[in-house]
Design a protein around this ligand. Structure first.
Ligand SMILES: [Zn+2]
Ligand SMILES: [Zn+2]
Length: 238
């Protein structure tokens, strides 16, 4: 991707989300989550404000719980920071479970339901804010031809494409982006169709590389890029 014109450091940082080639908004969310997790693993473990916030939240969501541990291992090679945080979470979630199991009848059902409530994950919060802010920036930056080209040509996942277009500015710049994105989705459908048709009719030798990749591209489109995928991409394996 050629360098995009930038008016600020924030623009420069945002322009990097196109470098990897996947959904730029998945990349931006994963990047913000990683920065946030690294910062609280580094100092948040002893940060009273963060610890209080985590208590109120009752922990991380399932996905970010696993990512906190992975980030901890990457950062320090160990698991001490996450062990301390998980212990604090289990003090609350474990007590909820014990309370429920010690009760009978209606109280037990009510306490089990309370214990089953999802944690108000603070990493999800950070991701949501990063997403909203990136969408806002894209809305403005699309008036610049290079940015418009980068946005139009990027493989946004379905959720993020919809979020991007939901409150998009009116005008030709965004009409152009919309047309390019709609064409990309049509192309994906056509490739899936050709791939399955060729595969089920013993014409496998005629499948092109584009068709071969169709299911992977569809999974990224429908399922978003995983945090793993949102890390800088190494050369494709196949
Ligand atoms: Zn996405
Ligand atoms: Zn989360």
């Amino acid at each position: 991707m050629p360098e995009l014109p930038a008016r600020s450091i924030a623009d420069v940082r945002l322009s990097e989300v196109f470098d990897r080639g996947g959904c730029p908004l998945c990349t931006q969310m994963a990047r913000s989550a990683a920065t946030y997790m690294n910062s609280f693993l580094y100092e948040g473990v002893t940060d009273v404000g963060f610890r209080r916030e985590l208590d109120r939240a009752r922990g991380f969501c399932r996905r970010h719980t696993r990512e906190v541990l992975a980030a901890n291992r990457r950062q320090s090679g160990g698991t001490l920071g996450s062990a301390i945080l998980f212990e604090a979470i289990l003090r609350i979630r474990g007590a909820e479970l014990e309370d429920a199991l010690a009760s009978r009848g209606n109280a037990r059902r009510k306490r089990l339901a309370e214990a089953a409530r999802r944690a108000a994950c603070p990493v999800c919060d950070v991701e949501a804010k990063a997403l909203a802010s990136a969408i806002d920036s894209f809305h403005g930056l699309a008036s610049v031809a290079e940015w418009r080209g980068a946005i139009a040509g990027s493989p946004f996942c379905l959720d993020h494409l919809l979020a991007l277009l939901m409150h998009r500015p009116s005008g030709e710049a965004w009409d152009e982006i919309e047309r390019a994105q709609a064409a990309r989705v049509r192309d994906l459908r056509a490739r899936l169709e050709r791939f399955s048709a060729a595969s089920s009719h013993d014409r496998r030798h005629r499948i092109t590389a584009d068709e071969q990749r169709a299911a992977d591209d569809a999974a990224a489109f429908l399922g978003g890029d995983s945090a793993e995928a949102a890390r800088p991409r190494k050369a494709a394996a196949d």
